[in-house]
Design a protein around this ligand. Structure first.
Ligand code: FAD
Length: 305
């Protein structure tokens, strides 16, 4: 297998923007993953477009990284360019009921900001440790709310690297799904429409949601949230529990005792531990209930998905 040498992109991108061999375990909430051959912090749309184009021309795989809260990386790392949307790409503007933010903005911080302004719509997002880009792409949601309900439009790069604005009706949102995700768009920023509401009721709703999370989710362990999508008509966690898999381990990866939909890292788990636990859970649940659990978490190999 070809390995991309550290200087594979330095002719096209400023040397000072590239970092080499950063451990992906430090950039994912599940704390798993070997080194990324190259990584850069997004700071402008033009820079991101240039990087994607340069990588494509050289056949170098790219991975767009938000807060890493829905990713399981390979123990061997990622042999390509990781473009990270974080603080350097997180400007936020609130005008009346309209909130516009860059992809690297923290979804939880946006939720807090709207609560402070008694705006309704992002209460569901209070406990989701996502970047806005990742959440808009995957249509993150909880407690009856989801990104599709608040997004007005998204500015992105299309699969050819052209800047485009997608109105919500053209995004094809579904359950943890979007056209942007299926076709390989890059989210640069999103514009959200909120509703003026009763500040006290909004605050109470957020508190109740957060309390529910604290009681029901294993938040003291590294994880990527619910590992599997909800199969139509079922709950993944309930199926896993009914299959007797609560507490089941492979190495240091475990099906949470508290919430069977969460696969947690007990400390030092490898990608391989998680992959073999995932396969065991899928096979066992299918045998017991005839339902195949599809991961919600994006499982990324050394050369990409
Ligand atoms: C404790 C915990 C609780 C959670 N609860 C919920 C929940 O209630 N509901 C829910 O939906 N999810 C939940 N999640 C999962 C996760 O937070 C969401 O899936 C979130 O949308 C991922 O955002 P991210 O920025 O971390 O994306 P990442 O994990 O960094 O990336 C996820 C995917 O998005 C892509 N991506 C990231 N940024 C961009 C961009 N700018 N443009 C294009 N593609 C991009 C990546 O390439 C990858 O394919 C939870 C996770 C944890 C750890």
């Amino acid at each position: 297998m070809q390995t991309h040498t550290p200087n594979a992109l330095t002719d096209a991108l400023p040397q000072e923007e590239l970092f080499f061999d950063r451990p992906m375990s430090a950039y994912t909430t599940i704390k798993v993953g070997g080194p990324a051959a190259m990584m850069m912090e997004a700071h402008s749309a033009q820079q991101v477009a240039r990087a994607i184009q340069a990588a494509r021309q050289r056949g170098i795989p790219t991975l767009l990284l938000g807060n890493g809260s829905n990713l399981l990386m390979d123990d061997a790392g990622f042999d390509g360019l990781v473009i990270r949307f974080g603080e350097a790409f997180s400007q936020v503007k609130l005008e009346g009921n309209t909130l516009t933010a860059q992809a690297g903005a923290s979804l939880m911080a946006l939720s807090r900001l709207t609560v402070e302004h008694s705006l309704a719509g992002l209460e569901f997002a209070a406990g989701i440790p996502a970047s806005l880009g990742g959440a808009a792409l995957m249509n993150a949601g909880a407690y009856g709310g989801e990104m599709a309900h608040v997004i007005r439009h998204v500015d992105c790069l299309d699969p050819q690297g052209r800047a485009v604005r997608l109105q919500v009706k053209d995004i094809g949102y579904g359950y943890r799904d979007s056209r942007m995700m299926r076709e390989g768009y890059t989210v640069l920023s999103a514009c959200m429409e909120l509703k003026p509401g009763d500040g006290e009721a909004i605050r109470r709703c957020v508190q109740e949601n957060q309390m529910h999370r604290r009681n029901k989710q294993p938040l003291t362990y590294p994880s990527a949230g619910s590992f599997f999508k909800r199969p139509p008509g079922y709950f993944a966690g309930a199926l896993i529990e009914q299959a007797g898999l609560k507490g089941c381990r492979r190495g240091a990866a475990q099906v949470s005792e508290l919430h069977a939909g969460f696969l947690i890292n007990l400390g030092g788990a490898t990608g391989q531990d998680f992959r073999s636990l995932v396969a065991h859970v899928q096979d066992t649940v299918e045998q017991r209930s005839g339902v195949w659990l599809e991961p919600e978490v994006r499982i990324i190999g050394r050369r990409g998905a």
